[in-house]
Design a protein around this ligand. Structure first.
Ligand SMILES: [Zn+2]
Length: 207
């Protein structure tokens, strides 16, 4: 339950608060306070006057607050925050939507999540291939052609140093260079890479 409330408050602050004016915010929280937060249900029956006085409006302004309240409640309903039900002597029934169930919040959450989902160019076969094509199947360290049999993807900034599976951080790499570069930064690996490249060149030139 407590964890649940933490999530509700986070979603409220991050996604709903920017969409409501201060009065709407205060009425929404009042209804939430007297439904879900109190009883764990999303319904509350209450009189508009009670809501208005619940907001500490002075007696003299009560009538104004009351009229204004209808407008605020209507706005909240239009924004999908609440549903206004029937009225009887005990008041009006309000169905209070939790932030995640409010369409405009749900929409914002989806776009927020998709923005923050990092694309994985290391593990997804199609995306790996995209990297190889980008680098024209050439090892980005020794400049040799690579084939599907010996091609690898190197994390330029190693994963141990926070390097991501991102386009920018992945380089097409031959098996030999990758076994040298693996886990090292480029600066650390460079002398070893150079030595290996020289050795390989010497070998290919010897009869
Ligand atoms: Zn190489």
């Amino acid at each position: 339950m407590e964890e649940n409330i933490k999530v509700i408050i986070e979603q409220f602050v991050d996604f709903l608060l920017p969409e409501l004016n201060p009065y709407e915010t205060s009425v929404y929280l009042y209804l939430l306070r007297n439904s879900f937060l109190r009883d764990g249900v999303t319904e509350v029956r209450v009189g508009k006057r009670t809501i208005a006085t619940g907001h500490g409006k002075p007696q003299r302004g009560e009538q104004t607050a009351y009229h204004h309240m209808s407008e605020v409640l209507k706005n909240l309903e239009e924004k999908g925050c609440i549903k206004i039900g029937d009225s009887n002597r005990e008041g009006t029934l309000y169905i209070v939507n939790l932030p995640k169930d409010i369409p405009l919040v749900a929409e914002k959450m989806v776009s927020f999540l998709s923005q923050n989902k990092e694309e994985d160019y290391f593990n997804e076969p199609e995306k790996r291939r995209e990297m190889f094509e980008r680098d024209k199947w050439i090892c980005q360290y020794c400049g040799e052609k690579v084939a599907p049999e010996n091609v690898t993807l190197d994390h330029f900034i190693p994963q141990s140093k926070g390097g991501k599976h991102s386009k920018e951080n992945l380089k097409t790499c031959c098996f030999i260079c990758n076994s040298i570069k693996s886990g090292k930064t480029y600066e650390d690996a460079a002398p070893f890479l150079l030595k290996s490249i020289q050795e390989r060149k010497a070998k290919s030139h010897s009869p």
